[in-house]
Structures are given as structure tokens and as C-alpha cells.
Design a protein around this ligand. Structure first.
Ligand code: HPA
Length: 279
């Protein structure tokens, strides 16, 4: 079990080397490069941060980059780790706890996802309205870290309503066709079977993926506001009569990089100033 002292140690090192941040953006598969526009960037590799996991997946780098964007302090997490890489939930979500301790109040979490909703198509962006956790896991299992949040955190507003509204307004202004829907977290690393996709469609999911939900849960536990955006990279298994592969996921990520960047920038520009208590 990770404890407060370990998290604090990692957070102190991060603040010391790249400074604090108010907003964090987690880049999903294929979305790397967003950090290049930060002004006065400073970066730290995960392997320099005590307790941090190393990303093992192509398309995920493995560093924190902090800098200024629209006069706001932004931390970009380039490369996340997933539970299918063999890491426990503590490791997968340690970066989120560290973000909280360096001052992050708003988390923009992004991912690559398969379309369960047949109205979607590869290259669409989907605002996450809610999630379904079909992984059988929860990152808050174990002793509660009371300094971060309560034993039984509310998930009614997992994805912040005001931030979702801002995202929609900004997408409209930019002419970005932003879909919306429910994201379902599956363990991976196998892509799903067609039967599993029919099941999750019946359960109310619009997109499936292998990330995002653990980070959302841990961020909400500690009171951060969360906005989630999926890049639809492929039709989920069985929608088309063809196999799915990671290369197409990365290639579709490349295609949406520019609308993604413009949308996230516009959202960051609009983010309200937040008060958050010191921990
Ligand atoms: N399933 C799960 N995760 C994914 C998919 C998918 O079809 N596409 C991108 N990430």
C-alpha cells in the first residue's frame, strides 16, 4: 500500500524540478505532442520520480511536462500506465495523487476508445458524460487515504457538469463535432469480443477503453474536477467484420491531434479559477 508520505515525497520532487500546476492534461494513445505548445516548459521523466511506474506501451512516452498556457500553469502527463501492463492500481493512480499535491484542481483526461455506439465513427471526439466500470477493480480498494478524501466518495458527478458545458460551447464555436456518451472501462489488453461489445451496448455504453476510469475515481476522491474526452479510434469489435489493431488506434489519434489541441486549449482558456485546500 502506498501511503501519504510516499506520495508527498514524489510530489515534492516534482514541484522542485518542474514547478506547481493548476490544471493537468493526461494524453491518451496517439495524442502525444500536445505539450509542445507549453511556454517555458520543464519536464521530468517518470523514472526520476520515486515510486513512479514506467510506461511500456508504444505511443505513451513517460514524463510530466509543466509550463504555461493561456496564463495558466498546466501539467501534461505524456504517457500513462494501465493495469494491463501488470501494475497495481496504486501505481496506475499515483500520478493523480501527486498531481493533487502539486496543486492541480482540474484534470482533463483523454484516451483512445472503440465506438460501441454505431452512430460514431473513427476520428470523432466524444465528451465523457459518465462511466461504467466493468473491470472488477477499484483504485480506492484498501485503507482509505483520509487526507485525500472520504471512504465512500460520490460518483454522481464523476465528470464535472460545468466543465462539460464549457467543452460543448467551445466545440460549437470551433466547429468541432463533439459527440457525447458513456465510457466503459475494460481491463484489456485483449480488445473485446463482439459478444462483449453487444453486452456493453445493452448496458448503456457508447465507447470502450482500457484506461481513464481509475484516474477519474482517484481524482474525484481528492476533490479534483474532471473532464474526460475520448478519441474514437475504431469501431468496437464486431461492428465491422474486421479485426482491430493498436496501429489503427495510433493512426486515428494522429488524425484528431489538431482538433483535439484546439478544443483542449479553448477549454483551458475558459477554466474558472479554483480554490483548493492545501494538503
Ligand atoms: N477497445 C478497448 N480499448 C480501445 C479500443 C477498443 O476497441 N480502441 C482503443 N482503445
Amino acid at each position: 500500500m502506498i501511503d501519504y508520505k510516499d506520495i508527498k515525497r514524489a510530489a515534492n520532487l516534482v514541484t522542485h524540478s518542474i514547478g506547481p500546476a493548476d490544471i493537468a492534461v493526461i494524453l491518451g494513445s496517439g495524442l502525444g505532442g500536445y505539450e509542445e505548445q507549453l511556454i517555458d516548459p520543464a519536464e521530468i521523466d517518470y523514472d526520476e520520480i520515486p515510486g513512479f511506474p514506467a510506461s511500456t506501451v508504444p505511443g505513451h512516452a513517460g514524463k510530466f511536462i509543466a509550463g504555461t498556457l493561456h496564463d495558466k500553469r498546466v501539467l501534461v502527463m505524456s504517457g500513462r500506465v494501465h493495469s494491463y501492463e501488470g501494475y497495481g492500481m496504486d501505481k496506475v493512480t499515483l500520478p493523480i495523487r501527486v498531481m493533487r499535491l502539486i496543486g492541480v484542481k482540474t484534470l482533463i483526461v483523454t484516451n483512445a476508445a472503440g465506438a460501441v455506439n454505431v452512430e460514431f465513427k473513427p476520428g470523432d471526439l466524444m465528451l465523457i458524460d459518465d462511466f461504467i466500470n466493468l473491470s472488477g477493480r477499484n483504485p480506492l480498494r484498501g485503507k482509505n487515504l483520509d487526507r485525500f478524501g472520504p471512504r465512500f466518495p460520490d460518483m454522481t458527478y464523476a465528470y464535472d457538469r460545468e466543465l462539460r458545458q464549457i467543452a460543448f460551447q467551445e466545440a460549437g464555436k470551433l466547429g468541432v463535432n463533439l459527440k457525447r456518451g458513456v465510457y466503459c472501462w475494460m481491463n484489456g489488453p485483449t480488445f473485446e469480443t463482439p459478444a462483449e461489445i453487444r453486452m456493453v451496448r445493452n448496458l448503456g455504453a457508447d465507447a470502450v477503453g482500457m484506461s481513464t476510469v481509475p484516474e477519474t475515481i482517484v481524482a474525484r476522491h481528492s476533490g479534483m474536477r474532471v473532464l474526460g474526452i475520448s478519441t474514437i479510434t475504431n469501431m468496437a469489435a464486431g461492428v465491422l467484420d474486421q479485426p482491430i489493431n493498436h496501429e489503427e488506434v495510433l493512426a486515428a489519434g494522429e488524425l484528431v491531434k489538431e482538433p483535439f489541441r484546439r478544443l483542449v486549449n479553448a477549454i483551458i482558456d475558459r477554466l474558472p479559477e479554483e480554490e483548493i485546500t492545501e494538503m
